[in-house]
Write a protein that binds this ligand. Structure first.
Ligand SMILES: Cc1ncc(COP(=O)(O)O)c(C=O)c1O
Length: 386
């Protein structure tokens, strides 16, 4: 082989080793590969028992989750959305009440308030993308009944300040913990601080089912009983309807999968935190702001969201290099067509609006290797010429 050809092969090799492999935003096939035999065993167990909705698997999951969170009750449900609706309904929130919540969440948090006939009142967010406590205070009126903080991306809101405000104005606190299982603020787990914690186990979440499911956590026994009845048509027993309810129960298959995955959750979070640390070390451009980790917080990094100049161009550039990314969320809820009746226009919640044009969620999942994450960081640096 000539020297020239050898040199060119070597250079190609060096280039290839520096190129990030394709990095999908999520990697369900990798998760399935890892769990194939466990899933098969679960399917066999559930089908053999013939108990498909509620029952043994669901009760065991509720116990395991309550132990993990250190709460009195967990009520397994069909989704995080119904967790929010039922938690608020059980706390007596309804027509004429105002609930303060951020506009940069997934639409479900606001939709849940609307479905109860209550009024969502938006407080803007801070640089950390979480609800701004000073703005909550400004938005409190005599009709305010509750605060719904959303621990967006796995980063927790300033719960001490929110709870103090709630005590001062006698408000309920419903934590939207859909994105934050396992996150802590001053040592306390998300979803265990307010009157209720509402979790989603949507396939994209850190604790993910193979379909829709979610749950409520609470230390309030009356609320727990209310939700238990409500999730199953208000049936006290097979034939007695105490109150008209809903069909918001969790399937046994989902519960069994979640139980298996709960045992791995802390390891999953640890891998995500390692990937976040690599991003934080390797992204080296002033055009990108990476999420900081303050000393009071333990972030489970459901998402790793940067705030970047030329966000759309950057996202295209990443895509061209085989790197998946996403935007959570490109249109703040108050500017959605569905929110026209809520009376907000552009400029009314400026921080959320500004961020919606800059945020970009990078791959952070547990199956992405450190080298892949470094490759993503390098691709970002190169884009900005850093
Ligand atoms: C912040 C937030 N709230 C609520 C929900 C609703 O959860 P689900 O999709 O399980 O109904 C989600 C999840 O998608 C979410 O991310």
């Amino acid at each position: 082989m000539g020297r020239k050809r050898l040199l060119s092969i070597t250079l190609d090799h060096i280039k290839a080793s520096q190129m990030p492999h394709p990095v999908p935003f999520v990697d369900f096939p990798a998760q399935y590969k890892e769990e194939k035999s466990e899933i098969a065993e679960i399917v066999d167990r559930v089908f053999s028992r013939g108990e498909f909705i509620g029952g043994t698997e669901v009760e065991s999951l509720e116990k395991d989750l309550a132990a993990y969170l250190g709460v009195r009750d967990v009520i397994a449900l069909n989704s995080g959305t119904d967790a929010l609706i039922l938690a608020m309904a059980g706390l007596g929130i309804g027509a004429g009440d105002e609930v303060i919540t951020p506009p940069n969440s997934f639409v479900a948090s606001t939709a849940a308030i609307v479905h109860l006939g209550a009024q969502p009142v938006f407080a803007d967010v801070g640089d950390d993308q979480n609800i701004d406590v000073a703005d909550i205070r400004r938005k409190i009126t005599p009709r305010t009944k509750a605060i719904m903080p959303v621990h967006l991306t796995g980063r927790m809101c300033r719960m001490d300040e929110i709870m103090a405000l709630a005590r001062e104005f006698n408000l309920k606190v419903i934590e939207d913990a859909a994105q934050s299982i396992g996150s802590r603020y001053r040592g306390r787990l998300s979803g265990t601080i307010g009157d209720a914690g509402c979790f989603s186990c949507h396939p994209l979440k850190n604790l993910n089912a193979a379909g829709d499911s979610g749950f409520v956590s609470t230390n309030d026994p009356a609320l727990a009983s209310w939700i238990r009845l409500a999730r199953n048509h208000g049936l006290k027993d097979r034939n007695t309807v105490v109150r008209f309810g809903f069909v918001s129960r969790m399937d046994a298959l989902q519960a069994a999968i979640l139980r298996m995955r709960l045992s791995k959750l802390d390891a999953v979070i640890e891998r995500r935190r390692q990937n976040a640390a690599i991003y934080r070390e390797h992204i080296k451009t002033n055009h990108v702001q990476v999420p900081v980790c303050e000393k009071d917080e333990f972030n489970s990094f459901h998402l790793f969201v940067i705030q970047a100049d030329r966000r759309d161009e950057l996202q295209r550039h990443l895509g061209e290099h085989g790197i998946g990314s996403s935007i959570h969320y490109p249109i703040p809820i108050h500017l959605q067509p569905a929110a026209t009746g809520l009376g907000h226009g552009p400029g009314s919640l400026p921080v959320s609006e500004r961020q919606s044009g800059r945020i970009l969620s990078l791959p952070i999942h547990q199956f992405a290797s450190g080298r892949q994450i470094e490759g993503v960081a390098r691709t970002i640096n190169e884009f900005f010429g850093a």
